[in-house]
Design a binder for this molecule. Sequence first.
Ligand code: NI
Length: 165
Amino acid sequence: MALREIRKDGDPVLHKECKPVKEMTPRIRQLIEDMFDTMYEGGGCGLAAPQVGILKQIYVMDVDDGNQYVVINPEIILQEGSQTGDEGCLSVPGLVGTVTRAKSVKVRALDENMEPYELSGEDLLARCILHEYDHLHGHLYTELVEGGLRQAGEEPEAETEEEID
Ligand code: NI
């Protein structure tokens, strides 16, 4: 098991565009393995390569549905519906925020053997697919948060508490 350092919000590497993967190499296989280890250690359900400082279009996910997803060079081919819920990120520790995203998505990607496949996801898996996809293009969920970031575990402020001038 090898853990990598998770880059935190404020690190410029999190705001860069990642390059597509051209071929699988032993180094990239090791990276993917380390990304799973690092994601599980951090208690996250997804981790993207730029979060460990590697500007490649790779992310891994495990949303407790019995699968370990490896997503390379993804393209979003469908987004439908909408869901609003809390989201967090291992690069923004201790905080959560409310984000609205598509309820179902479909991506076309390559797996760890560089074989093309399509992945459809709903609810948490859809949210995770889109959150990690954004990482590959230099975006964090904090850009999409409605109503500000909160400490994890804190309830959203009631609407009646909104400031009125
Ligand atoms: Ni994240």
